[in-house]
Structure formats: structure tokens, C-alpha cells
Design a binder for this molecule. Structure first.
Ligand code: AHR
Length: 635
């Protein structure tokens, strides 16, 4: 049996080792994974340091057929105080049907995130909140148009209630278009308020309403990650106290969620909020790892530099009790019974069953200052006391070995924090020469979550250096509980971070070589580590290897890495395992060291799988610059 194999030298390692880190950076959420097609759907855009945005950005006033009227952005009696702005259309005259498009009316047009991608005969779910403000009901034509104005899909909606109400319709385009616009036209005189104007493909990932872009989400699901950390990164604590990500603002009906500028200087609708993150984790079998601010803002920067900034670096102590409760409430929201206050909110959103939250992150890369320590201690103590079943992940500052790292580790040791989050972005050579980093970490003490790491670049050589390092994470899987590459997603031409795992635009996806390395490790995890299985030149730092076994399937998984520029021999000895199948599945990622994928050539560097013959002992020639995974079934 497998347990007797474990006794023959297998070391128990983390079963949550490889997962994902999702941060709303690089337009990863709105305009990215979140499938909403309308940009600035709630008229809540504000100017940022870099953008002259306003509540009407990405919208255009239109009045085809010589119609006319007036338009205003107003804030009196909004749908919800969290969603203060809305548009008022005051329609005076409807002209004749315009020649080319055949439509007339007064309304607004949205250009989406650089256009909307629609497919012929697919269904698109339109909705808007509206309120009749004049004496007459107002009828609307809703359509999808090409850039030249050709109508691709059309439907009607009639607004006849003086209270805010949601109106829905389906649009079915007659042709494909990658740059469509959404047009909302009032077709009779009257006055009406409009807000939260939304368009979603019906085909989202797993067909979830308010769901995710199916192709991108599938790429993540294919990795079979054991966990997902969200929503950041620096986004979690924001660049000022008012900019912290407060989870309660991101659950519940969309029209009640609070939008804000994110630390990466664009807008976040929170449409992809905590409910959606948890649901996505569940959908792909990953454990949720929410990261909450430790009541300090990004690296204790405060917001002194911002116009109107308060100069505070940390939440005042007299607000801490309330904040600690906010953290505890998240655990109740995720795991509590439907009869609890917060569990009831989860149930109302459509998920009566608990989400089974096991981990909670407190803080991200914070400077370990007295303000931080004081607040972290309070939060940590409260979670430990009320929810000993939940594992807290602390943070050890921004550098791998800097001052905050040392202070953070000391704090973790003193408090016996179960896990701390280390981050490093550095050269591929660093990853090659630091493969022994965790060999000397204390066992039976605080464990490590390597929450962000990447070598600087998306060439094959970067990915292979990371692969070598990842074998050392497996070898140290008794002290490294989790690891996630960062950042995950990046919209081409909208990035704030240069090296990322998956690039995309509205139509195409470019998985980097780094993605394939992550996927090959993540989809081939084990929970027991075996040494002395792969024999290779131990003096050659460019060679790395690991062997794990997955106790659920019994599969033995061998990973072999060659960062050098010539093939190298390795010898695999499976003698310590029982009977093995003679055919195994082998996947190889290799190529030119400087090769990269692009949106137009996304498969230039990609793994090749085949079935190979294996025996109790066999030789392998690891190609230059390669990662090989061999998955062997046992009998
Ligand atoms: O991954 C990008 C950023 O890098 C994260 O937001 C932050 O935690 C780190 O500095």
C-alpha cells in the first residue's frame, strides 16, 4: 500500500504547495477576468493621478436621426449611497430614423474596454437600473453596433417606474465583431435616470451570472491550483487609509458595492468581489486565501502625498476594535451557519453552504513598524482566540533579506504565527544559486508562504530558472506550505508590472513559458517527497530534480530541470516504489533560452506531451534549457 511506501523514505510535504496569486493589477479584474463588457458601468470613474477620468468617461452622448435632448450626471437620490452617480436623460425630441443605422433617439454609447467582443448568435445579457423622472414612461432601444454604426443586435426595454428598478434584456448579434459598442437610446420624449448599465456574455466560466471571462478562467482552472490568494498584493492595503480594500464593500447586490480607484491607478468596480473570488475558488477546487490589510496602508506610506490626504499611516487605535471585528466577520461570512449575521449574507447571495475558509492573510509586504506590530498583534490574537481552526498567514516585509524581513521573522517567531508570506522578484541567476534557501529553515516553527516570486522576464530561461527553484520548494515542502508566482494576469498595453504570467487582450491569450512551468508543477503536485530517486551531476547547479507522490492517485511524479545549454544525462531509480505501469505520461518544455511567446505566436514555447516507456530504472537525457515532468502510474 502507499503508506508502506511512505515509510520507505517518503517525507510528508504540503498538499497546498502550488497555487495562484490573483491581484487586480494590469487590468486583471475589470477589463480582464471579470466578464463585464461595459466600462464605467456605474458612472463612478474619478480622476486619478494619471488619468483625467470623470463619471462620464467611456460614455458618449448620442442622438441619431436629428433627435435632441440633454444629459447630466446627478447624485440626488441614487440607487445606493455607495453608488452615488447616475445619468439623467432629458429627451425633448425624437427625429427620423437615421439613414444608415435605422435608429433614432437620445441616449448614450459605451465603448467598453477598447471595444466589446461579440460572437454571432451568442447571447449577451443586458441590464440597467432606471427610474422614470418625468410624467411619461420612456421606451428604449438597446443595441450593439459596429464602430461604423452597423446594428449587430437590437432589443427594447420600457421604463415605467418612478423607483430605481432593474431592467433586463438579451442581445443576440448577427455577426462577429471585436470592437462593438453598446447603445442605449430613449425613443420618446421624457426624463429618466440610468445607472449600472451592464452587458455580460451568457457564456461565462461555468455559465455563472456576474461571472468570469471563460477562456481566461479556463487557463487558470487548467493549472489545478491548490489555492488562490486575492485580492492583492498592494491592492489589499491600498495607498492610503481610504484606499484599503474593505471586503464588506465587495459583497451583496452589485448596485450596492463601492467602486474606487485602486493602487494601480485605475478603477475597480468590485463586481469581481469577495463572493465571486470565493465562488471561483470553489469552482476550480482551490482553497481561498483572502488577504486583509493589517490596518496599515501600503508599506506604511500613509496618504500624506495625496491631495486631501489625512497623513495617517495606520487606522487610529480607537477604530481598531471595529476593524478586528471586520476581520472576524469575514470568517463568519465564509464559514458561519446561515443563521449567523454574516453567514446569512452569504446564503442570500446564493451560497448557503459554507465556503470552508482555512487560511486568512493579514498584511502584505508591510514595513514592520511599531504601528504595524501593534495592529497585527491585535488582529492575530483575535483570530486565534475566536477561530483557532483558521490559519493566519502573516507577512515579512518587502525584501527577501532586508530589515523588514528580519523584523517580520522575529515577530512571527515571537508570536508563533503559523505561516508568513515572503516575496521576491529577482534575476534568474539568483533563483539558480539560491536553491538551498529553505534547506536550512527551522522545522516545526513558522512555515513559509512564498506568496510572490518571479525572475525578471518571460523568456524560457526565466521560466526554467523558476522551475529549478520550484523543485527546491517541493524538497522543502515540509516548511514551505504554499507558493505562487506573481503577478498572474496582464492586459497587453495596460500593464503596471512588466513580468507577468499570462498576457491577454480582448480576444487573444498569451501564456508565457513561466505559465507552462507553473502549470506543469501545479497540475502535478504530490504530498510525499522522495529523495535519491533522480541521479545527476550534483555539482552542476544548472541541474535540478524532484520526485513526489500523490497519495490520492498513487502516481509518482518526477520533475527534471536543465538550465544549461547542452543536454545532460539523468538516471531515474524507482526501485523504492512497488509495481509501476510500464507506460508513463511525459511532458517536456524546452527551446531556445531567449524564446518568448507573444499574442500572435502564443505556442512558440509550449510543452509537448507523449507516452513513454519507463522501468524501475531508466536513463533520461534532459534537453538543454528544459523542464520535464514524468507521471508514472502505480499498480
Ligand atoms: O505583484 C505586484 C506587487 O508586488 C504586489 O502588489 C506587491 O505585493 C509587490 O510589491
Amino acid at each position: 500500500s502507499f503508506s508502506s511506501q511512505a515509510a520507505k523514505g517518503g517525507k510528508k510535504i504540503s498538499s497546498d504547495l502550488f497555487g495562484l496569486f490573483f491581484e487586480d493589477i494590469n487590468y486583471s479584474a475589470d477589463g480582464g477576468l471579470y466578464a463585464e463588457m461595459v466600462q464605467n458601468r456605474s458612472f463612478e470613474y474619478n480622476p486619478t493621478e494619471q488619468k483625467t477620468w470623470n463619471p462620464f468617461s467611456y460614455w458618449e452622448y448620442v442622438a441619431p436621426g436629428f433627435s435632441y435632448g440633454r444629459i447630466n450626471v446627478e447624485t440626488t437620490a441614487p440607487i445606493h449611497p455607495n453608488n452615488p452617480h447616475y445619468v439623467v436623460l432629458d429627451v425633448e425630441h425624437i427625429g427620423h430614423e437615421a439613414k444608415y443605422t435605422g435608429i433614432s433617439g437620445v441616449g448614450i454609447k459605451n465603448s467598453g474596454f477598447e471595444g466589446m467582443v461579440v460572437k454571432a448568435n451568442d447571447k449577451y445579457d443586458f441590464s440597467m437600473f432606471a427610474r422614470q423622472l418625468g410624467n411619461e414612461p420612456v421606451a428604449f432601444t438597446i443595441c450593439l453596433q459596429t464602430l461604423k454604426g452597423k446594428i449587430l443586435a437590437q432589443t427594447t426595454v420600457s421604463v415605467a417606474a418612478s423607483d430605481w428598478k432593474k431592467y433586463s434584456a438579451t442581445l443576440i448579434p448577427s455577426a462577429n465583431c471585436d470592437t462593438a459598442n453598446l447603445v442605449i437610446l430613449a425613443t420618446n420624449a421624457g426624463k429618466v435616470g440610468l445607472d449600472l448599465i451592464s452587458l455580460f456574455p451568457e457564456k461565462t466560466f461555468k455559465n455563472r451570472p456576474n461571472g468570469m471571462r471563460a477562456d481566461l478562467a479556463q487557463m487558470l482552472a487548467d493549472m489545478k491550483p491548490r489555492f488562490i490568494r486575492f485580492p492583492g498584493g498592494c491592492l489589499a492595503h491600498g495607498d492610503g487609509l481610504g484606499n484599503m480594500y474593505r471586503w464588506k464593500n465587495t459583497i451583496g447586490p452589485l448596485e450596492t458595492r463601492k467602486e474606487q480607484r485602486n493602487i494601480w491607478n485605475y478603477n475597480q468596480t468590485a463586481g469581481l468581489g469577495y463572493y465571486e473570488y470565493f465562488r471561483f475558488c470553489e469552482d476550480i477546487g482551490a482553497k481561498p486565501l483572502p488577504v486583509l490589510p493589517a490596518a496599515v496602508s501600503c508599506q506604511n506610506s500613509g496618504d500624506t502625498w495625496r491631495v486631501g490626504g489625512t497623513g495617517q499611516k495606520a487606522l487610529p487605535m480607537n477604530e481598531m476594535q471595529e476593524y478586528v471585528q471586520e476581520v472576524l466577520d469575514l470568517i463568519e461570512w465564509a464559514n458561519g451557519p446561515v443563521t449567523s449575521v454574516w453567514g446569512a449574507k452569504r446564503a442570500a447571495a446564493g451560497h448557503p453552504a459554507p465556503f470552508n475558509l482555512q487560511y486568512i492573510g493579514i498584511g502584505n509586504e508591510d514595513k514592520i513598524t511599531p504601528e504595524f506590530e501593534e495592529r497585527f498583534k491585535m488582529i492575530f490574537a483575535a483570530v486565534k482566540a475566536k477561530h483557532p481552526e483558521v490559519t493566519v498567514v502573516g507577512t515579512v516585509g518587502p525584501a527577501p533579506d532586508g530589515e523588514d524581513f528580519t523584523k517580520g521573522w522575529k515577530l512571527a517567531d515571537d508570536l508563533k504565527v503559523p505561516i508568513v508570506d515572503e516575496h521576491y522578484y529577482t534575476s534568474p541567476e539568483w533563483f539558480i544559486s539560491h536553491q538551498n534557501r529553505y534547506d536550512s529553515y527551522k522545522r516545526n516553527a513558522t512555515e513559509v508562504y512564498l506568496g510572490e516570486y518571479a525572475s525578471w522576464g518571460n523568456k524560457l530561461r526565466n521560466a526554467i530558472a523558476e522551475a529549478a527553484y520550484m523543485t527546491s520548494l517541493e524538497r522543502n515542502g515540509d516548511v514551505v506550505r504554499m507558493a505562487s508566482y506573481a503577478p498572474l494576469l496582464a492586459k497587453k498595453d495596460f500593464t503596471q508590472w512588466k513580468t507577468d504570467m499570462i498576457f491577454f487582450n480582448n480576444v487573444k491569450i498569451n501564456p508565457t513559458p513561466n505559465y507552462y512551468v507553473q502549470k506543469m508543477f501545479s497540475a502535478n503536485q504530490g504530498d510525499y517527497y522522495f529523495d535519491k530517486v533522480i541521479l545527476k551531476d550534483e555539482k552542476d547547479q544548472n541541474l535540478a530534480a524532484s520526485c513526489v507522490r500523490d497519495s490520492k492517485t498513487g502516481d509518482i511524479i518526477v520533475k527534471m530541470v536543465n538550465f544549461g545549454n547542452a543536454p545532460k544525462p539523468m538516471k531515474i531509480n524507482l526501485g523504492k516504489f512497488g509495481s509501476i505501469a510500464s507506460l508513463a505520461e511525459q511532458t517536456v518544455l524546452s527551446g531556445e533560452a531567449d524564446a518568448e511567446n507573444t499574442l500572435d505566436n502564443p505556442q512558440k514555447v509550449s510543452p509537448v506531451s507523449s507516452t513513454v516507456k519507463v522501468g524501475k530504472s531508466f536513463n533520461y537525457s534532459a534537453p538543454a534549457m528544459s523542464l520535464t515532468v514524468v507521471r508514472i502510474k502505480t499498480k
